[in-house]
Design a protein around this ligand. Structure first.
Ligand code: ADP
Ligand code: MG
Length: 729
């Protein structure tokens, strides 16, 4: 039931997809799995790749064991039953040049009803001899060519006979171009119950029905400047390109549009935040800064000083800071945050520091107490398991202002936590939080200055995409004297030797982590798990006299703390752990890490893990213990770790190999879905879009002007969630 079928004029591209002829409600439901709700969504469902089937082969030129495409006419159809109840459909073919050939299908009896004598069809498939017979197409894909009918799918399944549909129908004078061959053919991501052929047919129908109604949101001046085609030819070229380079050009134009809308959204959000909020200006006095530095056993690196300067000049203004401090693991971000906190405290403002795990919150809380308590400032830690009485005391201290710094986990975001004067919010390991959480804590005060820190050194494209609304400071340099851990991929036959080596180091006073992907033995997999490996290693002859500790996420908070303390102090010089040690844990004495099943981790995650060792200045080792059946591809991926020390290089490789989702982990909810744009290969397009967005917004920051109406509508539609969250009208 298409509302537009009887009406003249083009179909509205925002119509629900079910109304596109040939789709209907049942298939529309399936298409939602592909993110396709409207006809326009279908057009944005761009091919993931192409097959070049533009070369047609004449029947006279068929060769054994080749895969070819041909346009032929059906001469005769035979259907018969073979042994074991198989149905065989055999067809005699003829082509325009008088060549002859055949095709054979097994167990598709209904084909006999579509492939009647006289029909023109396009065939694509392998040519071979079946049981020594003539050369023929073996179960080829086919497309009926002598009619245009979106219900073709039905015909192929035999619900209508060609006699009902085919003869006497006034088709177009010239046969239509074939869709599934004789050209570059698109291949789409699919979902159960939807075929490539269906999508191709629907896309073609959508272009016919809606083509004239497609609105180009990219301003014409911009399109002209960069030589981008209009939207309709763009869709035509990406779905049905004349050649593969032709499609790539169209893809760039569509990617540009996606990036443009995203950058406009981010810029607009940033503007709204700046407009709607005034922060306390915190110029600082330098007094606490000086005192704190006197107590430090080291001097700040130039990189740290530079970043701190960025932060301080932001904090001195009434415009709330939104800054991302990105620095590789171990680059020393914590002390930078502490000195920024000192500036806030000098102006009698409070500081909230949020960490993603309890372990980390406790560790950072300890550091902050060590730094600030001697200066007469009160630091408290608030986490999920803080007892009721303590919680009450802390909440009241924050409300009255007697507590200066609170360090905590998500617990800080609870609505009951109120401050007297919150001046600075620091979010550590920001990639572990969603974008939403980052914003929620910032709502606490009137508008505190906000510093988010991340050790996942994400490539620039991703950073601009995820954090385009933040100012960026990079900490590239590590504290002096650091030697990067030596990294190895260890084959199974060297396992025993490795265990001996680690045990000897442990006996010599060093600390070693063993990291496993699972907490407990699981019946589904034969992966090694932390709990049973602790037992196994403890019983291993190499570890005689070495006590081994255990740490995993299911332990109670106090137990975790105790396990870390015992490790730090050397009571258990080996610690078997899950990835709870991944973020932030700072134990300078740790010099060895052994990761089992490294193939289960992303590269950036391995880099984070590796960042737990080599913090003390001496030599350190990172061993990835490979299982015996490691695939070549996986080995190549893990080899990146043995070659690259820099988190940026590792992240680039990870992004290339596994895409942005896995790079950031499941905790990252902030990745905008990009349908066409490719963060790996299209950095130049992104930068172009960013520049254009900047120009548009500097003249019209809220896209209010009538020339920008189309853009405004598109931005709001595409990034609805971000805007509803900030309650922008
Ligand atoms: P990350 O950036 O991963 O959060 P941390 O802040 O935990 O790193 O710092 C890692 C280690 O480096 C800590 O033990 C810290 O005391 C030390 N550190 C930080 N800055 C310097 C510096 N300028 N010189 C020497 N050591 C430093
Ligand atoms: Mg850190």
């Amino acid at each position: 039931m298409s509302p537009s079928s009887s009406k003249p004029g083009p179909m509205d591209p925002s119509s629900p997809i079910q109304f596109l002829s040939g789709v209907g409600p049942a298939r529309a439901t399936k298409l939602t799995k592909l993110g396709i709700f409207t006809v326009l969504d279908l057009l944005w469902h761009c091919p993931r790749s192409y097959m070049d089937r533009s070369k047609l082969t004449a029947l006279a030129d068929l060769e054994e064991d080749t895969k070819v495409t041909a346009i032929v006419q059906v001469e005769k159809v035979r259907s018969r039953r073979a042994q074991r109840g198989q149905t065989i459909v055999e067809v005699d073919l003829i082509d325009d040049r008088g060549g002859r050939g055949g095709a054979i299908w097994f167990n598709q009896a209904y084909l006999a009803r579509s492939l009647v004598a006289g029909r023109r069809v396009l065939l694509h498939g392998k040519v071979a001899r079946y049981r020594g017979s003539r050369l023929q197409f073996q179960a080829p894909e086919f497309e009926l060519l002598d009619k245009v009918d979106p219900a073709q799918g039905e015909l192929e399944r035999g619900r209508a006979t060609p006699a009902q549909r085919y003869p006497g129908r006034s088709g177009p004078a010239t046969p239509p171009r074939p869709l599934h061959g004789g050209r570059v053919v698109p291949l789409y991501s699919l979902t159960a119950g939807i075929t490539q052929k269906q999508i191709r047919v629907w896309v073609q129908t959508a272009l016919e029905k809606c083509g004239d109604a497609l609105v180009d949101v990219i301003p014409e001046a911009v399109r002209t400047r960069y030589g981008y085609p209009a939207l309709r030819p763009c869709f035509e070229r990406i779905h049905f390109p004349r050649s593969i380079p032709d499609a790539e050009e169209a893809r760039v134009r569509l990617a540009f549009e996606e990036y443009l809308l995203l950058q406009l959204a981010l810029g607009w959000l940033k503007y709204e935040r700046a407009q709607n909020s005034v922060a306390p200006a915190l110029p600082g006095t330098g007094e606490l800064d000086t005192k704190l530095r006197e107590d430090l056993p080291f001097a700040l690196t130039q990189g740290q000083e530079g970043v701190l300067e960025d932060i301080r000049s932001d904090m001195a203004l009434e415009r709330p800071m939104s800054r991302l401090l990105q620095g590789d693991v171990g680059s020393g971000k914590t002390i930078v945050a502490a000195l920024a906190a000192a500036t806030a405290l000098e102006n009698d403002a409070q500081v909230a520091f949020m960490a993603p795990t309890e372990i980390l919150a406790l560790q950072q809380g300890e550091s902050f107490s060590r730094w600030f308590a001697p200066l007469g400032r009160r630091v408290e830690v608030l986490i999920g398991r803080t007892g009721a009485a303590d919680r009450r005391r802390i909440l009241s201290g924050l409300a009255t202002g007697s507590i200066d710094v609170v360090v905590g986990t998500h617990a800080l975001q609870e609505s009951k936590v109120g401050f007297r004067k919150l001046g600075l919010v620091v979010v550590d390991e920001q990639h572990r939080f969603g974008v939403m959480q980052r914003a929620r804590l910032a709502e606490k005060g009137k508008a505190p200055h906000c510093l988010v820190m991340s050790a996942t050194p994400i490539p620039r494209t991703l950073s601009l995409t995820l954090h385009g609304d933040l100012d960026l400071s990079l900490l590239m340099e590590k504290p002096p004297g650091r030697i990067p851990p030596k990294s190895y991929l260890v084959p199974p036959k060297k396992r025993e030797g490795l265990l001996q080596f680690v045990a000897d180091l442990a006996r010599g006073g060093e600390r070693a982590f063993f990291v496993y992907p699972l907490v407990e033995e699981s019946e589904q997999t034969d992966l090694k798990d932390a709990t049973s490996m602790k037992e196994q290693l403890s019983a291993h002859p190499a570890f005689v006299g070495v006590t081994i500790g255990l740490l995993h996420g299911r332990m109670k908070g106090e137990e975790k703390e105790e396990a870390i303390r015992r490790f730090r102090e050397g009571e258990t010089p080996c610690l078997v752990s899950t990835t709870v040690v991944e973020v932030g844990v700072d134990i300078p004495q740790a010099t060895v890490m052994v990761v089992e099943h490294p193939e289960r981790f992303g590269l950036s995650q391995l880099h984070q893990l590796r960042g737990r060792v080599g913090r003390g200045g001496g030599e350190s080792h990172f061993f990835m213990m490979a299982p015996s059946n490691l695939a070549e591809e996986t080995k190549a991926r893990l080899d990146v770790m043995t070659k690259e020390d820099s988190g940026f290089a590792v992240a680039e490789a990870d992004l290339r190999l596994r895409g942005p989702g896995s790079l950031l982990g499941t905790a990252q909810h902030g990745i905008p879905t990009l349908r066409v744009a490719d963060l790996v290969s299209q950095e130049d397009v992104l930068l172009q879009a960013r520049e254009v967005a900047g120009k548009i917004l500097s003249a019209d920051p809220r896209l209010d002007q009538s020339v920008n109406e189309g853009l405004r509508t598109a931005v709001l539609a595409r990034h609805e969630e971000s805007f509803s969250f900030l309650k922008i009208g």
